[in-house]
Design a protein around this ligand. Structure first.
Ligand code: ZN
Ligand code: ZN
Length: 799
């Protein structure tokens, strides 16, 4: 007789793992039991021979439930046999259980089939879910993760649902949000005044069918989903799309789209097999896809499709060559889109810049001016969880926004971090996330957003409290950005003072670099790398604003060995909003504005710029008043974009000018000719990369009437080449063979791919972000790693 204890580690709680164990154990003829505990799942089995247990373990890996992730299976022989002749699921001691809070998951194929089957009791039921799918993080209020601590607590299960919930052989065994039309939440339709409407009045079978008809008539609807509200309209109805932009006061930023199936997406975008797998994954993110045959032209409008029925409104994504698509990820969305052969706009339900609505009352206030009708339901959204955004770049999917479907899945920290004390990292200011690190793993919150918004800042504090509770996290060490005024930094410093805890201030770009290292499993003691960190702005350790940095660094420490030449931001934050200010500053610092004016008097760009209050800006810059010097790469992109009129007089969303510049460049990369030149200047401490020579070449191109797309491409080519040249030189001089690329500017696919290719071709190893955004959404992970590294005994190797 063979008896063994089998320890399974990984993402194995709250994902239907125990019933799978139960089913497989019985199928293999094993007796014993299974339970959840603080380390994962513990199984005890007994069989006549060892091979039976081998087979059971093989099947456990092969038939692992869709949302589970097995990290390890450890087998230990038991000295004594088990006193049982059956296999049982044992209740877990609640105090010992690490919570099984997993990410919200898109509708599984079984549930999708049920809602379309007229004979099924869940036919057309929009809250159908099971252990393999459905809401999780978005409905949880506390632990332990069971129904009482979710927003499903107010819906007592009917006997049939309770039977499913209690039966280990059922797909709904312990599915906390289990529900049916008899006992679960309901959906209804209201007009803009909040009056409930009878679907029969629209000749529809139910509220969802009525909503679908209203969308087809060109109406704008607020739709309550899994982690928040969307505003929806017919993506092919130009008038509806334009009206939605006007009401939402969102003018440039692309709208996300939802399509019924891959075929509908393929009508407008190129979709590879890897793209399709991502779109259909349980995370069901928004995936940025290349439009089919983008029209090469100056107006950058969305291309017309072969079939008129799928011709999208040009205002969906002005100036872009990509579209953001997702598939329906809840039963409600599936039913809504069932009849749609073309995409719907599904943009977050908010006014521009505010966080999206999650609550019916809040939606009535904030969304009724924006929507003609609302499709509401009575399952409360406890936590706002935005749609995640993914882009495939340099051969791998890379998260640009990590929220629904991904958070709060743990990220395993690289070797060396297991002994660090429990850490809480507060993140940055924009695109904020927070991070809890303990026992060699990091829990990163969902994307919370811009803390400059008071509503988001309140949500941030509530989310922080929830995460500490959900993961029973008692931080012993805190980490914040060095910026003196970030709300997250203020909160962290306050917390440290009140709780008498040590606080580590982490330099912004060092955090970006550490985030990239951790994302790639770079061990704590693996030694220093060359980091190239490009972003908008981050607070430097010399009190100036950084954003185009070459660091020689490991997790503990860094040296700034190179950077872009600092140029003032005339007007401070105004310079971020108005790209022409960066252009003026660049020109003033490169050749002097007077000389540019004398050399290129005929250029309309020069005449346009001359109408601006340049005299005032010059005084600001000369006297150093509200014109902080910055080595920002983001502002360099702004300046180049401004020469082409991209981003407009004033950008309407963060990164707009750079994003439009990339789109323009992508139309001409093959035919652009040589890249623009840069200069380098070696100082005793650092190599300075100077953009001055590029302006001469670019203005000569403008004079000769070279097309905008080619100018944009020549800038990308020149900048990438300069980064690689300086990077290779710095790597050689400092004995580094690995380069890590991070910062929001590396969300630019052309730049990321050409820089990565350049280093790979020279034999360097290249690390890029993947599971965690390269933008400020990844900062908290980096902060946690730097704080952890500094708390652990120092190695002998220094960067
Ligand atoms: Zn399901
Ligand atoms: Zn029921």
């Amino acid at each position: 007789m063979n008896a063994e204890s089998i320890r399974v580690r990984g993402l194995v709680q709250g994902v239907g793992f125990r019933p799978t164990v139960w089913r497989l154990a019985r199928a293999c003829g094993l007796v014993g039991d299974v339970l959840n505990d603080g380390a994962g799942v513990l199984i005890r089995v007994q069989a006549d021979d060892r091979q039976t247990i081998d087979r059971f373990c093989e099947r456990l890996r092969a038939e692992c439930p869709p949302l589970a992730r097995i990290e390890s299976i450890e087998r230990t022989p038991l000295a004594a046999g088990l006193e049982t002749d059956a296999f049982a699921i044992l209740a877990s001691a609640a105090t010992e259980v690490q919570t099984g809070i997993v990410a919200d998951a898109a509708t599984c194929p079984d549930c999708a089939a049920e809602i379309l089957d007229p004979t099924d009791r869940r036919y057309r039921y929009p809250f159908t879910n099971c252990t393999h799918c459905g809401p999780r993080l978005s409905i949880v209020r506390g632990i332990p993760y069971d129904r009482a601590w979710t927003s499903m607590a107010v819906f007592p299960m009917c006997p049939v649902c309770a039977g499913e919930y209690a039966n280990p052989a059922d797909r709904r065994f312990h599915a906390q949000p289990n529900a049916c039309p008899d006992c679960g939440p309901r959906v209804w339709l209201t007009d803009a005044e909040g009056r409930e409407l009878d679907p029969a009045g629209f000749g529809a079978v139910d509220a969802i069918a009525a909503a679908s008809r209203l969308l087809a008539e060109g109406r704008i609807l607020a739709i309550k989903g899994i982690g928040g509200f969307h505003l929806a309209c017919d993506a092919a109805n130009a008038a509806a799309v334009a009206e939605l932009r006007r009401r939402k006061r969102r003018f440039g930023k692309p709208f996300a789209l939802m399509a019924r199936d891959l075929e509908t997406i393929r009508a407008v975008c190129r979709v590879t097999d890897a793209d399709a797998a991502l779109l259909e994954s349980p995370a069901a993110p928004i995936l940025l896809l290349d439009m089919r045959a983008p029209r090469s032209g100056e107006d950058g409008q969305v291309s017309r499709c072969p079939s008129d029925a799928t011709a999208l409104a040009p205002e969906i994504a002005p100036g872009q060559t990509t579209l953001g698509f997702m598939l329906p990820y809840s039963p409600l969305h599936r039913l809504l889109l069932a009849d749609w052969a073309r995409p719907l706009v599904m943009t977050s339900g908010n006014l521009s810049e505010e966080p999206q609505c999650i609550d019916n009352l809040d939606a009535a206030k904030r969304l009724s001016p924006l929507a003609d009708f609302s499709l509401l339901h009575d399952r409360a959204i406890v936590n706002r969880v935005d749609d995640s955004v993914v882009r495939v770049m340099a051969g791998a999917p890379r998260l640009l926004r990590r929220a629904r479907g991904y958070a709060p899945s743990p990220i395993r920290l690289p070797p060396g971090f297991a002994d660090a004390p429990p850490i809480l990292a507060f993140g940055g200011e924009l695109k904020n996330t927070l991070c809890l690190a303990r026992d060699g793993q990091a829990i990163l919150s969902q994307h919370l957003g811009d803390l400059e918004d008071a509503r988001t800042a309140r949500e941030y504090e509530a989310t922080l409290a929830l995460y500490l509770e959900l993961f029973q996290h008692r931080p012993r060490l805190l980490a914040v950005d060095l910026h003196p005024d970030y709300r997250s930094s203020l909160l962290g410093r306050d917390w440290a003072a009140r709780a008498d805890l040590p606080l580590v201030g982490v330099q912004h770009h060092h955090a970006h670099l550490a985030s990239a290292l951790a994302d790639n499993g770079w061990p704590l003691e693996a030694g220093p790398v060359l980091g190239i960190l490009l972003d908008g702005l981050g607070y430097g350790d010399d009190g100036t604003l950084w954003g185009g940095e070459f660091l020689a660094a490991d997790y503990r420490d860094y040296r700034r060995i190179g950077h872009l030449k600092p140029v003032p931001l005339p007007g401070g934050t105004q310079a971020i909003l108005e790209p022409w200010r960066s252009l003026y500053a660049q020109l003033e610092y490169a050749r002097g504005w007077d000389e540019m004016q004398a050399r290129y008097p005929h250029l309309s760009l020069v005449r346009r710029l001359d109408e601006k209050p340049l005299g005032v800006l010059r005084i600001l810059m000369e006297r150093g008043l509200n014109a902080p010097p910055s080595s920002s790469a983001g502002r360099l992109f702004d300046a180049v974009a401004a020469t082409l009129g991209l981003g407009g007089e004033r950008v309407t969303y963060e990164g707009q000018a750079a994003i439009e510049l990339e789109a323009a460049a992508s139309r001409a990369m093959e035919t652009a000719g040589p890249g623009y030149p840069f200069a380098t200047l070696a100082t005793p401490s650092a190599t300075v990369l100077d953009a001055a020579p590029l302006w001469d070449a670019l203005f000569d191109d403008l004079t000769q009437g070279v097309a905008s797309d080619r100018i944009a491409a020549r800038f990308h080519l020149g900048f990438s080449a300069a980064l690689v040249d300086v990077g290779l030189e710095l790597a050689a001089r400092n004995g580094l063979d690995t380069v890590a690329l991070s910062g929001g500017v590396f969300q630019n696919r052309l730049l990321l791919e050409s820089v990565a290719d350049g280093f790979s071709a020279a034999g360097l190893r290249v690390l890029m972000q993947q599971q965690v955004p390269a933008n400020d959404g990844g900062l908290s992970l980096g902060q946690a790693c730097v704080a952890a590294a500094q708390s652990l005994p120092a190695s002998s190797r220094q960067p």
